[in-house]
Design a protein around this ligand. Structure first.
Ligand SMILES: [Zn+2]
Length: 314
């Protein structure tokens, strides 16, 4: 009988659960609302709903183990203060799900899961060591060393988004100043685009695409405008790429990492953004590393959450 694995991508709005083969292929998936506003017990019940529906479909005995990717810091199966889930301080999700299902469970931070998915089945299969970056609403990341996730003593390693690139810079969600996320996270990027458009007299495709409604500025719109040759969009994304490259160089210099894989919503950006990241990263790493620096596009896209969670146990 084929061995099957459950990959659970726990998000603040949706729980997505997939039945995954040992080759990292999603055979089927299901999703339910997280019910995050009702607190941890409700969230656990929602997770179990998806698990039960997979058990019904394939038979419980078909499953070897369950992997769960969760937001927030995860250490030894304990999920600490995930953003946007109410009254969740510290919950041992690994134990709770194991006790209900009777199956082996491993829980890991979701960015680390996505990094592991790329290492096992995506853009990172040929690299033993790399830095993975999720660039979307925020900027997150994971470090793969010797094909394994590097956690750090408290499970908090890889938080590239809160690398300071200017100590006097704009305020970030985390309360600090000048974090890379405060320049290139979705909200900040949209805000900056709005400001540039408002003070610029140049015609921009972005205005057409958003039908004049500045609240509709999102990274994929900026990306689309850039692909159509819009100069403002190109300027914004090139600058974002350049800034990200500076942040990445700090990590590369410390950990001697030559490969960076970019995933998340903005990873579909045009090639010139990757070129901007590569150029600025190369300019800031120590000379001997420069020729080997490479920035790659993640391969798994939206599936990275489920495949990443399942990768924990495959
Ligand atoms: Zn920050």
């Amino acid at each position: 009988m084929q061995k099957l694995f459950l990959g659970i991508d726990l998000g603040a709005t949706t729980v997505k659960t997939g039945c995954v083969s040992s080759e990292g292929k999603i055979l089927s998936e299901t999703k339910v609302s997280t019910e995050a506003h009702l607190g941890p017990n409700a969230v656990v019940q929602q997770i179990i709903k998806t698990v039960d529906s997979m058990f019904e479909q394939y038979g419980k005995d078909s499953f070897e183990a369950i992997g769960i990717g969760a937001p927030g810091i995860v250490n030894n199966g304990i999920v600490k203060a995930p953003p946007n889930i109410s009254s969740w301080d510290e919950v041992n999700l690994q134990n709770e799900i194991h006790q209900i299902t009777g199956i082996k469970v491993i829980v890991e931070n979701d960015a680390n899961c996505a990094a592991l998915a790329e290492a096992k089945f995506g853009a990172g299969v040929h690299y033993k060591n790399f830095l993975f970056v999720i660039w979307g609403t925020g900027v997150g990341g994971g470090i793969i060393l010797d094909r394994k996730i590097y956690h750090g003593p408290n499970g908090g390693a890889g938080e590239i988004g809160h690398t300071t690139i200017d100590f006097n810079g704009p305020e970030c969600n985390c309360g600090n100043r000048g974090c890379i996320e405060a320049y290139i996270g979705q909200r900040y990027l949209s805000q900056r685009t709005k400001e540039l458009l408002q003070k610029s007299n140049v015609q921009s495709k972005i205005i057409e695409l958003i039908e004049g409604d500045f609240n509709k500025i999102e990274p994929h719109v900026i990306s689309l405008a850039a692909e159509q040759g819009d100069t403002i969009a190109i300027e914004i994304l090139s600058e974002a790429g350049t800034l990200l490259g500076y942040a990445l160089s700090n990590v590369s210099n410390i950990l001697d990492l030559e490969t960076v894989i970019i995933g998340g919503g903005i990873s579909a950006a045009p090639q010139f953004v990757y070129d901007a990241i590569t150029t600025s990263l190369q300019s800031r790493v120590l000379k001997p590393h420069r020729p080997n620096i490479q920035v790659l596009r993640a391969k798994l896209g939206n599936s990275a959450g489920i495949i990443g969670a399942a990768s924990l146990v495959i």
